[in-house]
Design a protein around this ligand. Structure first.
Ligand SMILES: Cc1cc2nc3c(=O)[nH]c(=O)nc-3n(C[C@H](O)[C@H](O)[C@H](O)COP(=O)(O)OP(=O)(O)OC[C@H]3O[C@@H](n4cnc5c(N)ncnc54)[C@H](O)[C@@H]3O)c2cc1C
Length: 601
């Protein structure tokens, strides 16, 4: 039989990723309330949202599945290549990225990523608007948002701590929409002795006793083990001025100009790469188009950013912003997988061709459970984005600032773990076709986790709750939303609310001091579940009160999320670890490495 003969499967058609999304449009309508824009009447504000923000997201959604997606078709996107020597034996370290990679990056910059965040046209809602655009493109971005997220973080560091020269010459380029002159920034923290813990950083900085418009000049020498924005224009790097045994307290933050044009412009090193050599490109399991490299630094000219010896504190905005970005990427990836699985259900027939998958209850139940995870994660991530926007615009209360500090490691860790598992479910919903590279689901699973581990994030969560008041604030915030539930809605969700209240008690009990470190990871997952449930409830209350279309579904989603087996298991997990904590260390070691320490068991 010829391939053209016999059964021909109709390909699935994905809809507009904004208008067809099951959660985003109504979530944004709640989070960007029309009356909130400054200095305009209610009617004008309503127009701003209805006639500006929504149509822009609709237009952009249509671009994503047409022109933007086309930028990575065929062989337009491919892994980068490193040419270290020319044919005369000279070291050149030429990094060749693919046409698709460069054009996707330029498209994102022109669309205002990260410009929108700093133009702040929509005040504290600018983060929501910009991240909504990124969210609908990220599944087709081949991770160009990884370097752009670091650019975003670098812009924030320069905005907060940069010299006047950096604010004048560097910041406008970091946030520029003109892709031909916009800068991309990398962050160079991770070294061979450790990425989670930078206290053993080996890179040394020496003052050159000189300065120019960008600030005080230093010379850097060291080896950076991971650099994902290797095609960037500048980098923010940690380096040590004092002795090696000064740990992380001896680290300072530096801005490094890269590339010849920049070096000339900044009057820095005469070498074509400012003393930065690309030792090797990493051979990664995912993010294949992203040029992640190992770099050596020799007499690299750099400029001090912020106070000396406070490098770890000074780079915190980059870490926090990229963590939110990482969550946007994981959940945005899931958005695309879910859209594909849902679209496939509309065209694939089973049962001897009698039924479409969309009419098969068992299959629809599987799609509904992916949808549930997607909605919960979307509400959680955009909840954190709302807080970020408020903090950056100086309108957040102290409680909101603390909540953002607590939520930042949670959203990254929780979103990455839950989204990737749900992506695998979406893959299975396409049968064998799901396993094919062309659907993109495999790539999205591989790209779903960028860097950093849930364990390390969970330790950061523990640090953020060292003061017991922080956890109590979280519980009070949860109750403030629970108490807003109107009687009409309460009937439908009362049992779920009672369960949630019980889980808040479990959480408080788990964090009674001293908090055992072994609860770090299960509590990150548990708080992730609780926080997303509270956000879902907040949304259900809003849509019920306004009689929004589909308000019953919002209530049902909240109810199901609270009753979901994995949420129940997360509570049991935390309880079990708390009760076993005294013996767990020794028995875990015995399980993993053999029974060497049986006296402790
Ligand atoms: C695709 C990709 C791109 C990256 N891009 C960049 C980049 O651009 N710039 C950059 O600076 N870095 C980058 N990184 C590096 C990344 O930030 C580090 O890999 C990460 O911080 C972990 O550090 P590590 O690899 O040294 O692992 P380690 O810190 O050695 O961790 C190894 C294991 O030990 C566990 N662990 C570590 N400390 C503790 C602890 N105290 N308690 C319990 N468990 C612990 C971790 O959970 C992990 O499982 C990138 C990584 C990847 C995968």
């Amino acid at each position: 039989m010829l391939v053209e003969q016999g059964f021909q499967q109709v390909p699935f058609q994905e809809g507009n990723p904004y208008t067809q999304d099951p959660a985003l449009p109504s979530l944004l309508r709640r989070l960007i309330p029309p009356r909130d824009f400054p200095g305009a009447s209610y009617a004008a504000n309503q127009r701003l949202f209805n006639e500006e923000i929504e149509p822009e997201l609709e237009r952009f959604g249509a671009e994503v599945i047409t022109t933007i997606r086309a930028q990575s078709r065929g062989n337009r996107i491919s892994p980068p290549k490193l040419v270290q020597y020319d044919n005369w034996g000279r070291r050149i370290d030429e990094l060749q990225t693919s046409e698709g990679w460069r054009s996707l990056k330029a498209t994102a910059q022109r669309e205002g990523i990260p410009g929108i965040f700093y133009e702040r046209k929509y005040r504290e809602h600018s983060r929501l608007f910009g991240f909504a655009k990124a969210f609908i493109m990220v599944g087709d971005s081949h991770e160009v948002f990884c370097p752009l997220s670091m650019t975003d973080g670098a812009a924030r560091v320069v905005e907060l701590l940069g010299t006047e020269g950096m604010k004048k010459d560097v910041l406008p380029r970091l946030i520029s929409r003109n892709s031909s002159s916009a800068f991309v920034a990398g962050q160079w923290m991770t070294e061979r002795p450790g990425g989670s813990d930078v206290s053993q950083t080996e890179t040394k900085a020496q003052s050159l006793g000189d300065s120019d418009s960008l600030g005080s000049k230093y010379s850097l020498d060291g080896f950076k083990w991971f650099s994902s924005a290797t095609d960037g224009d500048i980098a923010l790097a940690l380096a040590r001025i004092g002795p090696a045994d000064s740990g992380s307290r001896g680290l300072s933050l530096f801005l490094i100009p890269l590339r010849e044009a920049l070096n000339n412009r900044f009057g820095s090193s005469t070498s074509s790469t400012n003393g930065v050599r690309v030792h090797r490109l990493k051979n990664k399991i995912g993010t294949h188009a992203l040029p992640t490299a190992e770099l050596s630094l020799e007499q690299t000219t750099a400029y001090l950013v912020g106070p000396l010896n406070e490098g770890v504190n000074n780079i915190v905005p980059v870490l926090n912003i990229t963590r939110i970005w990482s969550a946007i990427s994981s959940v945005g990836g899931l958005r695309k997988c879910l859209a594909i699985a849902t679209a496939y259900a509309n065209v694939r027939r089973i049962d001897g061709g009698k039924r479409l998958l969309r009419d098969v209850p068992l299959h629809v139940a599987q799609l509904a459970s992916i949808n549930l995870v997607y909605r919960a994660l979307t509400h959680l991530v955009f909840g954190a984005v709302t807080l970020l926007g408020r903090v950056e615009c100086g309108v957040a209360s102290v409680e909101e600032q603390n909540r953002l500090r607590m939520f930042t490691p949670i959203v990254k860790g929780f979103a990455a773990e839950k989204a990737v598992a749900a992506m695998e479910e979406a893959m299975a919903a396409l049968g064998g076709q799901g396993y094919m590279e062309e659907t993109d689901i495999g790539r999205l699973i591989r790209d779903g986790i960028w860097e950093g581990t849930t364990t390390v994030l969970s330790l950061d969560l523990l640090r953020s709750t060292t003061n017991p008041a922080r956890l109590k604030e979280f519980v009070s915030w949860s109750y403030s939303i629970i108490l807003m539930c109107p009687p009409g809605l309460l009937k439908a969700v009362q049992a779920a609310i009672q369960s949630l209240q019980g889980r808040l008690d479990t959480l408080l009990a788990a964090f009674l001091h001293p908090v055992p470190p072994l609860i770090a990871r299960p509590s990150l997952m548990f708080i992730g579940y609780i926080a997303s449930a509270i956000y879902l409830l907040e949304h259900a209350i809003w849509s019920h009160s306004r009689g929004e279309e589909g308000y019953e579904i919002d209530a049902e989603v909240f109810r199901r999320w609270v009753n979901d087996g994995s949420f129940v298991a997360a509570e049991q997990d935390l309880d079990r670890i708390r009760s076993e904590v005294k013996f767990a260390d020794a028995s875990n070691s015995a399980i993993v490495f053999g029974k060497r320490d049986h006296a402790k068991l």
